[in-house]
Design a binder for this molecule. Structure first.
Ligand SMILES: [Zn+2]
Length: 136
């Protein structure tokens, strides 16, 4: 049985399938998640990876289609034109974001918040739950 420290050692994590897991299996999956950037969220339509579970900030956002998640970073997306919009929480400059592979509208990014209390949203990305799927 390998000591736990060996398993924590960088990319050796990939060997997990061929070694005996020294900790409960659910832990092994968690460890793998830490080192491989999983879970990740991908476009529901074409499975293009668009955000990492690590970058998830909040699940309590609302979009037209229902629930939406806020991420500190998104990838493989195309950012549309900036526009000013009046949202429930105030006045913002936002830009819609689209999947870079299939063009599906995924949500938006906050370019500027005019209300000081909303400044923390600037630079973050909102992805609509209905447009993404979680992958492990
Ligand atoms: Zn897509």
């Amino acid at each position: 049985m390998l000591p736990l420290s060996k398993i924590w050692d960088g990319k050796k994590i990939y060997q997990f399938e061929s070694i005996i897991c020294p900790v409960p299996i659910i832990w092994c999956f968690n460890l793998m998640a830490v080192f491989t950037g999983h879970p990740l969220y991908s476009c529901r339509k074409c499975r293009n990876p668009v955000a990492l579970g690590d970058d998830l900030l909040s699940k309590s956002f609302k979009a037209k289609s229902g629930a939406a998640y806020m991420f500190s970073h998104a990838m493989n997306i195309v950012v549309g034109a900036k526009e000013d919009r009046e949202l429930i929480t105030g006045h913002f400059t936002i830009a819609n974001i689209f999947c870079s592979k299939c063009g599906e509208e995924m949500g938006w990014t906050y370019v500027r918040a005019y209300d000081l209390r909303q400044k923390y949203k600037e630079g973050n990305y909102i992805l609509e739950k209905a447009k993404i799927m979680k992958e492990y």
